[in-house]
Design a protein around this ligand. Structure first.
Ligand code: AMP
Length: 424
């Protein structure tokens, strides 16, 4: 039989890599707690209809779709927002607003696999529903900043835009929504030429061309440039005013680096307002992103409810931590192997192992029935700090032998002092 492999685009995470993921998830969960977000665990499999309702052509084409045995057309979730919108329009319909919901788990997209791009990947997701105010947008940006900071990442920058700028220009020119979506999709992929080709009017095209050229590190300066540039385009201009308010709130309350890019678009179709992504130098893929979606809940059959949210790519954050050589404080203390000298000592040795674990010490018990020398050799390979050797003679006096593996020094020590000694 051939050796089995993972399905293309799916990965195993083992040991340190898995620990890095768990660490990021823990930090995301801590962030959720700090900002008052309740956790929601939703199914990986949802009705296709729900998932394809508002996600946009881009994602629709990349979903894992299948029929279950009951002939239901279903798909693996490509993101969390649709599931959360389902909750907001059903079981959480009558909850007081705002709703603050956090989720973490795997999502699935048939992307072309490469470093940082997988078909099964992890996201931490935050959704704030019920607020149309810029402080709502600010909260989502600050959550992302908080997570990056708490992970010890540095030099990261926010790229911020507002979907209303491009839509404002296009709709003033009478471009229909479907074409607007197609333009935005191409702009998202930075296929500007292809995007501009979809626009018939010369004036509108040149407005977009000009917009693509505007960007800068000084957000206030970029915003002022935009306000002048968009004279006569009231909708687009009010989008810029809204963006300015959000930026004022985040920059005055926190330290963060922002670049305003008015021609920046995102693949998901449901955005209606501020959009952002987070990047670090040397990695040309976004670590996370999000934005405002004021029409989504309505599209799912709920009461009109504004919303704003973000998703962080845990796989990519793990790469960023590695790139920046950020040390993960995994809080793993000393590691001990417990070895019974003879068969008859097994239960006693196991009891001691349990006592050490109860004291918070990592214990690997000798489960292979090996002789002492072999067991100690293996303990070295496993990078254990101590071996606890349980023998009849010492045990009769309520003691065991504690061997420090780095220098091979050993002492006989009363069992009740063992935990304390290892921890010191
Ligand atoms: P989105 O749901 O498209 O807004 O994506 C949010 C974040 O998920 C991105 O910024 C990435 O960090 C991450 N992400 C998106 N697609 C992939 C993928 N194929 N593999 C790994 N991470 C991804």
């Amino acid at each position: 039989m051939p050796a089995f492999q993972t399905v293309r685009g799916m990965r195993d995470l083992i040991g340190e890599e898995a620990e890095a993921f768990t660490h990021i998830i823990t930090k995301a969960r801590e962030t959720a707690l700090l900002y008052g977000y309740k956790e929601a665990i939703t199914p990986h499999v949802e009705p296709l209809e729900l998932l394809s309702a508002k996600s946009g052509e881009e994602i629709r084409q990349r979903m894992f779709i299948f029929k279950d045995l009951g002939e239901r057309l279903v798909a693996l979730r490509p993101e969390f927002t649709a599931s959360i919108a389902r909750l907001a329009t059903t079981s959480l319909k009558n909850e007081p607003k705002p709703l603050r919901l956090f989720s973490v788990g795997t999502v699935y997209r048939y992307d072309e696999p490469q470093r940082g791009r997988y078909r099964e990947f992890w996201q931490s997701n935050f959704e704030l529903m019920g607020s149309a105010k810029p402080e709502g947008d600010a909260e989502i940006v600050l959550i992302t900043n908080n997570l990056m900071k708490s992970l010890g990442l540095h030099s990261y920058a926010f790229k911020i835009g507002h979907i209303g700028v491009i839509r404002g220009i296009l709709s003033q020119d009478g471009v229909d929504e479907k074409t607007q979506n197609a333009v935005l999709q191409r702009m998202d992929k930075k296929e500007y030429e292809a995007a501009l080709k979809l626009v018939e009017s010369d004036k509108c095209r040149s407005m977009l061309e000009g917009l693509i050229a505007i960007r800068g590190n000084d957000w206030l300066d970029t915003v002022e440039q935009l306000q002048t540039y968009l004279a006569g385009y009231e909708k687009a201009k009010s989008a810029v005013d809204n963006l300015a308010e959000v930026l004022k709130l985040v920059t005055q309350s926190s330290e963060l680096t922002v670049t305003v890019e008015p021609a920046f678009a995102r693949g998901l179709e449901y955005y209606t307002g501020m959009i952002f992504e987070i990047h670090i130098p040397g990695l040309d893929i976004a670590l996370g992103g999000g934005g405002r979606y004021d029409k989504l809940i309505e599209a799912f059959g709920g009461e009109p409810t504004p919303g704003v949210g973000c998703a962080h790519g845990i796989d990519r954050i793990a790469i960023a931590l590695q790139t920046q050589k950020t040390v993960i404080d995994a809080k793993i203390g000393k590691k001990v192997v417990v070895v019974p000298i003879t068969e008859t000592m097994k239960s006693e040795a196991l009891k001691i192992a349990q006592q050490l674990r109860a004291a918070g010490i990592t214990v690997e018990f000798e489960v292979m029935g090996r002789k002492m020398a072999k067991s100690l050799e293996d303990a070295d390979k496993r990078k254990a700090d101590y071996a606890v050797i349980v023998g009849e003679r010492e045990l009769a006096e309520g003691a065991v032998v504690l061997k420090e593996l780095a220098n091979r020094q050993q002492t006989t020590i009363p069992i009740e002092k063992l935990g304390e000694k290892i921890k010191s």
